[in-house]
Write a protein that binds this ligand. Structure first.
Ligand code: PNS
Length: 163
């Protein structure tokens, strides 16, 4: 049976850490769907369409990876797609409580879908979308923190936000 994993996130913007996690997941599962969702607690910088386009271009070299969007509960989306796992990246301890909570709630909803945590490369372990957003909004250099196809759309989104 082909194993499908959903890699969900806000990806606002996608970072090199995200790409590293996708590459790891793509070696473990038959198929990966990178699913762009909206986190109700966060206001977005890049539009969903910009994120999907930038992600699609960033994973072009991975034949078993596709990019999609989802609305509503992640676990319902994952079940509907026939996924056996949800992949999440785990960085320092700061991520743990939130991730643990999400994994437990998702398991309560559907125990057949396993949450799998993958660690990024050491050099990306400090990277987060929120730090990259802040750097971009303040006009700092961020091109070394995101995949190539993310640079221009993120620059445009930051300009737009600055007014
Ligand atoms: O990259 P993020 O912001 O940490 O991603 C969070 C995301 C989008 C995966 C999470 O907010 C989510 O799953 N949202 C969908 C709604 C949902 O299922 N919430 C309950 C999770 S326990």
């Amino acid at each position: 049976m082909a194993r499908l994993a959903i890699y969900p996130g806000s990806f606002d913007p996608p970072t090199l850490g995200h790409l590293d996690v996708v590459e790891r997941a793509a070696r473990l599962f038959d198929r990966i769907v990178v699913a762009v969702g909206s986190n109700p607690g966060k206001s977005a910088l890049m539009s969903v369409e910009e994120r999907v386009d930038a992600l699609s271009a960033s994973v072009k070299h991975l034949p078993n990876v596709e990019v999609a969007t989802f609305k509503g509960l992640l676990i319902s989306y994952a079940a509907k797609q026939g996924a056996s796992a949800i992949v999440r990246g785990l960085r320092a301890t700061a991520d743990f409580e939130y991730e643990f909570q999400m994994a437990m709630v998702n398991r309560r909803f559907d125990a057949a879908i396993e949450t799998v945590f993958l660690m990024t490369k050491w050099e990306y372990s400090y990277l987060s979308s929120s730090i990259v957003r802040e750097v971009a909004l303040l006009g700092g250099e961020f091109a070394s923190l995101v995949p190539g196809p993310v640079v221009e759309p993120l620059r445009r989104a930051a300009k737009r936000a600055a007014g």
